[in-house]
Each structure stands twice: as structure tokens, then as C-alpha cells.
Design a protein around this ligand. Structure first.
Ligand code: IMP
Length: 498
């Protein structure tokens, strides 16, 4: 006879947090949302922690290198989508790892024999006032000078004047070398009252510019997520088919953490994949698995050697798995059960395996509920798809701007591997839709607001860390009538009131 769960399968909207005493030290500026994302032993430091508990979904319409850099700057982590050729995914990873915050590769370069006219044209085309002058006008030759708007006067200088006559020559430039850190570069900028500092390599080629304004921008991101070499951190999704080729390429590109991406992870293929990677790379490669929705699924991954376990089936905003296949579980019920299994396992063994709540976050308070129920971090697709930095096209729909957002199980994604049940390479039916989401502007602006809300809720719950929240949170189920009471009601809303 089939097994019947006694509890109804529930989702975040069915719960609320009941406030606790807010101590005087519970103020938003004291709240830390730092959280572990991979396995660690009791009394040991987690090998990887993220500074805000958000990771972006392993999806074509969400996580490319551009979004990864923006999110890592804010303290979170992206998992670059795996449904693309190996070289292209590895290239995205390496673009994140090689991105040097504050170090800008010059794309406005001319030679000393060119003229003021060329300077003016390049400036209006690219919008930069700082132009590198190199022997042959490319970055593959010696830096011989720099031109900025201080070097010429449009009203007096003839347009055919040669650059070599008015540039600031190399001999008068203050430059530094490629082993300079951003902090050192900034000190030089301040000491010499510069607007920009050229960084050269041992052949006197221009490697980067460091601009005064970029250092200030860098200081605005105190939570940025950096590895031991001060590079942005990034994850990547893999599948259970080509991992023997894909993983070495991603590791070579410098990926920090991997995740096997599948709609239903409780499968022998996933265990095989994780075991293989752990045998090949031991602990030097961190890998999570998923998705599961219960204790059995969690323990299956523990035995396979996973560094974290991802939780959630059928709750994603673009997901129609529950409708098409009739499988899944309310996201809240899934997180609650898996968190309990994680805590029991930790008590028994002293090994902590973080869990990630994946999909179904609609409101910011859902994030706090997921954390309070035991999630260590949260994966989101829809949330990030709305931002400037996501790879999806922005278009106008009626009077509003929207971004496109499509599921990995939609025809558009052609991601057969994610739904593969071992029998081949085409999708017989869709498990996801192609959709629009309201355009919401810059990632950082939105994350700042979300974080303010989350920190404020933690304070109301009497907690200043995620761990503390998980200990003290008091959570209540809500009736459908009290959900109505929770929104604006019995008033006539003014236009633009949201
Ligand atoms: P969202 O944050 O609610 O938009 O959910 C994002 C999550 O949905 C992803 O991290 C995946 O786990 C899941 N997902 C992505 N594409 C599909 C799909 O096509 N069908 C079902 N689930 C999907």
C-alpha cells in the first residue's frame, strides 16, 4: 500500500513569524547574514561561507558571468548555467574569476601618430576621457603616453595636431606594476592626486587602468565575496551526462563550487556523478546535489558525499512539474523536513551539511521564513531575472518594461539533461514555461532593500544571525482569512499605490 503523509504539504505563504522580544542589541546594523554553503565539521570553520544567503538559479535566463559579478559584489553567489557548451560555460566562469574589481582593461587606445580628431571621435564613441597611447595603438605594444581632456583645448588646438605633440608622455606618468593590489593603487592615486593610475606589465604594456572613482565604488561593497586571491567567487551547474569532461574544464577555469542540476535529484545518476567527482578531486572540489524534498533524499546525498543539498520540487515560478508529472511538495514542508534531517545528522556525527531552499520565493518575507525553517541559503530565479544584470532581453509590454524569464524545462532552454531519466536526449514534454517578469532595475538597489527588510524581520524575531533566528523563531500557520487581513484591505487604493 502506498505511503500517506499525515501532514498537508505546505508552502511559505501559509506561515507567519510571531515576533519575540527585540533586545536593544537587535538592530539591523548588527545583523550578520553570513552563512555556510558547504559541509564542515563541528568546531571547524566552514570552508566556504557567503555573506548574504542568496544564490542565483542555474538557469540560462538568470546566471551568466555578468549577473555573477554583480551578485558576488553584493556578497552572494551565482551558479552559472550548465545548459550550454562546456567551453562557453568555462569561459563565463573564467571571466568572473579574472574580473579584477577596480582594474579596467582599456578599450580606448590610439598611437602617437594619430591626431586630435581621432581622440575626439573615440571619446564621443566610447564616452571615455582617458585614452591610452601605445606604440601601435593596440594593447600589445608599449605604453608611450596618455591623453585626457586636460591635454588639449578644443577651442585652440587644430584637429590634425599629432597626439605625440600633446599627450602626457610615459616619462611624466606615474605608473605601477601588475603585482599592485587595489589598495596600493588607491594609495598611489591619493598620494599623487591622480585621476587614474596605469598598471603596466614587465614589457611596459598597459595591463589596466585603476580609476579613482572605481575604488570608491569598491569601498561601497563591503560584503563582496572574494576568494583567497581576492577574486570574485562563482559556482556552476553540471549535469549527470558530460561531467567527466565538464568538471575538469570548470575546475581549470577556477570555479569555487559546483552543483548537479536536476529537477529530481533522488537518482542513481546523481549519486554516481558526485561519487566520481569526490574520488577524482577529493575535497578540493566542492559539489552540491539536488533537488530533494524529504529526509530520504537528504540522506541519499549525504551518503553520496555531497557538500550541500538543494531542496525543492515543483515550487519554482516558471515550473509546471507538479501539473505535468504530479510530483513535488510544498516548499515549506520540504525545507522543514530536510532541515530536521540535517540537524539530526549533525547531532549524530558532528558533520554539518548546509541545505539550500530552491524556488518558490515570491515575497521577501518568504526568504526569512525559509531561513527560519532551517535553510542555510536560498536559490532564486525569478527574483534575479528581473534585474539589469540578468542575461535575458528587456522589452516593453504595454506600458511597462519586462524581462524575459524561461524555465530550464521549457522548449526554449533545450536543457534535456536536467530532465533526463537515462533514456536519451529529447524532451517529450515541457516542465517549465517561457514568461515575462517585471523589470526591476539594478541588482544592488533591489538587494539592498531586500536585505533591509530581512534584517528588520530578524530584529523583530529577536535574532542577529541566521543561526540565532533558527533557534528563536516562532512560526505560526495562518488561515486563508487571516491572509486576506495581511494585505491592504477594506480601503480604496490610490493609483500607483503598491
Ligand atoms: P523561482 O525562484 O521561483 O523562479 O524558481 C527557480 C527554480 O526553479 C530554479 O532554481 C530551479 O530549481 C527551478 N526551475 C528552473 N527551471 C525550471 C523548469 O523549467 N521547470 C521546473 N523547475 C524549474
Amino acid at each position: 500500500m502506498a505511503f500517506y503523509y499525515k501532514e498537508v504539504s505546505r508552502t511559505f505563504s501559509e506561515y507567519l513569524l510571531v515576533p519575540n522580544l527585540t533586545r536593544k542589541d537587535c538592530i539591523p546594523s548588527k545583523v550578520s547574514l553570513k552563512t555556510p554553503i558547504v559541509k564542515f565539521k563541528k568546531d571547524e570553520e566552514p570552508p566556504i561561507e557567503i555573506n548574504i544567503p542568496f544564490v542565483s538559479a542555474i538557469m540560462q535566463s538568470v546566471s551568466d558571468d555578468n549577473l555573477a559579478i554583480a551578485l558576488s559584489k553584493c556578497g552572494g553567489l551565482s551558479f552559472i548555467f550548465g545548459s550550454q557548451p562546456i567551453e562557453e560555460q568555462a569561459e563565463m566562469v573564467s571571466r568572473v574569476k579574472n574580473f579584477k574589481a577596480g582594474f579596467v582593461v582599456s578599450n580606448a587606445n590610439l598611437s602617437p601618430e594619430q591626431t586630435l580628431k581621432d581622440v575626439v571621435e573615440l571619446k564621443s564613441k566610447l564616452g571615455h576621457a582617458t585614452i591610452a597611447i601605445t606604440e601601435d595603438g593596440t594593447l600589445n605594444s608599449k605604453l608611450v603616453g596618455i591623453v585626457t581632456s586636460r591635454d588639449y583645448r578644443m577651442s585652440r588646438d587644430p584637429l590634425d595636431r599629432k597626439i605625440k605633440e600633446f599627450m602626457t608622455p610615459f616619462s611624466k606618468l606615474i605608473v605601477s606594476t601588475t603585482n599592485t593590489s587595489l589598495k596600493e593603487a588607491n594609495d598611489i592615486i591619493w598620494e599623487h592626486k591622480l585621476n587614474c593610475l596605469p598598471i603596466i606589465n614587465d614589457q611596459q604594456h598597459l595591463a589596466y587602468f585603476v580609476f579613482r572613482k572605481d575604488y570608491e565604488d569598491h569601498k561601497e561593497n563591503p560584503l563582496q565575496l572574494l576568494d583567497s586571491e581576492k577574486r570574485y567567487m562563482v559556482g556552476a551547474g553540471i549535469n549527470t551526462r558530460d561531467y567527466k569532461e565538464r568538471v575538469p574544464a570548470l575546475v581549470k577555469a577556477g570555479v569555487d563550487v559546483l552543483c548537479v542540476d536536476s529537477s529530481d535529484g533522488f537518482s542513481e545518476w546523481q549519486a554516481e556523478t558526485i561519487k566520481y567527482i569526490k574520488e577524482e578531486y577529493k575535497d578540493s572540489v566542492k559539489i552540491g546535489g539536488g533537488n530533494v524534498v524529504d529526509k530520504e533524499g537528504f540522506m541519499f546525498f549525504v551518503e553520496a558525499g555531497a557538500d550541500f543539498v538543494k531542496v525543492g520540487i515543483g515550487g519554482g515560478s516558471i515550473c509546471i512539474t507538479r501539473e505535468t508529472k504530479g510530483i513535488g511538495r510544498g516548499q515549506a514542508s520540504a525545507v522543514i523536513e530536510v532541515a530536521q534531517a540535517r540537524d539530526d545528522y549533525f547531532k549524530e556525527t558532528g558533520i554539518y551539511i548546509p541545505i539550500c531552499s530552491d524556488g518558490g520565493v515570491v515575497h521577501d518575507y518568504h526568504m526569512v521564513l525559509a531561513l527560519a525553517m532551517g535553510a542555510d541559503f536560498i536559490m532564486m530565479g525569478r527574483y534575479f531575472a528581473r534585474f539589469d544584470e540578468s542575461p535575458a532581453p528587456k522589452t516593453k509590454l504595454g506600458n511597462n518594461y519586462v524581462k524575459e524569464y524561461w524555465g530550464e524545462g521549457s522548449k526554449r532552454a533545450r536543457n534535456w539533461e536536467r530532465y533526463d531519466l537515462g533514456e536519451g536526449s529529447n524532451l517529450k514534454f515541457e516542465e517549465g514555461v517561457d514568461s515575462y517578469v517585471p523589470y526591476a532595475g539594478k541588482l544592488k538597489d533591489n538587494i539592498d532593500v531586500t536585505l533591509s527588510k530581512i534584517k528588520s524581520t530578524l530584529c523583530s524575531c529577536g535574532a542577529i544571525s541566521i543561526k540565532e533566528l533558527q533557534k528563536v523563531a516562532r512560526i505560526t500557520l495562518v488561515s486563508s482569512t487571516s491572509i486576506v487581513e495581511g494585505g491592504a484591505h477594506d480601503v480604496i487604493l490610490k493609483e500607483n499605490n503598491y
